[in-house]
Design a protein. Structure first.
Length: 264
């Protein structure tokens, strides 16, 4: 993927790994989950829709790590009050995926990066939380541990407001705060709709949108269900069939005589 920032992370994951990704409504406090279909050996990543776009991106990258490392959940060596090693490894993977060290150094060069302005530029560039940006900046040698700690109370909306990119942040929020169906699943549903196998309502259900909205979108895209004209045959064109019932009559007569003989 190189060292450039990843824009639409869900699409990147689906296109490069063939893992199905969904954004769903979820209970408060839930961020992401990875599931496997044992029958098809396929993986599914689901993350919560949220107004915190940076957290959603981190959740996607974190769950991707679990799939790539084939993490299991049978870890008797951990306790409820400590994080599993797999979780810490997934956090580290997510940081390096979202803000690679070489990409950060190419972006900042030799300039100073110990100001909030520099932090804002990094957060905006790589679309990560200030906390993740702070860790990456320390690892790259741009700031010390004291500065990283001092920045823990800074959040992306504050930087966006202060440094003039709040409009971009609102657009990111709009994208992350909506449900999203897996692309391959949705594409199969649209093909089935074109073949007349499923109704438009099925697609509307997948996208969690009103039927009218989806129907209008499909129509504007020129996607319509195939119409099948049934070909009815005329009775006069059917072949003459000769049916010999003598054998059937003989069998029925024999069954009748047997029944009388047995007294039934």
């Amino acid at each position: 993927m190189g060292n450039q920032p990843l824009s639409d992370l869900a699409a990147v994951i689906e296109q490069t790994t063939r893992i199905d990704v969904a954004v769903l409504e979820s209970p408060e406090g839930e961020h992401g989950i990875t599931m496997q279909d044992p029958g098809r050996t396929g993986y599914y990543i689901a993350v919560a829709k949220t107004t915190n776009p940076m957290r959603q991106r981190s959740s996607l990258a974190h769950e991707l790590a679990h799939v790539l490392f084939e993490d299991g959940w049978e870890n008797a060596g951990t306790t409820w009050d400590s994080r599993r090693p797999e979780e810490m490894r997934a956090d580290s993977f997510a940081r390096h995926l979202l803000i690679p060290q070489d990409g950060l150094k190419a972006f900042l060069g030799e300039s100073r990066a110990d100001s909030e302005s520099a932090l804002s530029s990094v957060v905006q560039r790589f679309l990560v939380s200030p906390a993740i940006a702070g860790i990456a900046l320390e690892q790259a040698g741009y700031i010390d541990a004291r500065t990283k700690t001092a920045w823990k109370g800074i959040y992306a909306p504050r930087l966006a407001s202060r440094f003039g990119w709040m409009d971009q942040y609102r657009a990111l929020q709009s994208d992350s705060d909506r449900t999203r169906a897996p692309q391959r699943l949705l594409a199969r549903a649209v093909r089935a709709y074109e073949e007349g196998l499923v109704p438009a309502q099925a697609i509307a259900n997948l996208r969690n949108l009103p039927l009218e909205t989806v129907s209008n979108e499909l129509g504007e895209a020129g996607i319509t269900p195939k119409t099948v004209d049934a070909e009815w045959a005329d009775a006069s064109t059917l072949p003459t069939v000769s049916v010999d019932l003598d054998e059937l009559d003989a069998d029925l007569k024999g069954m009748w005589e047997d029944a009388r003989g047995s007294g039934e």
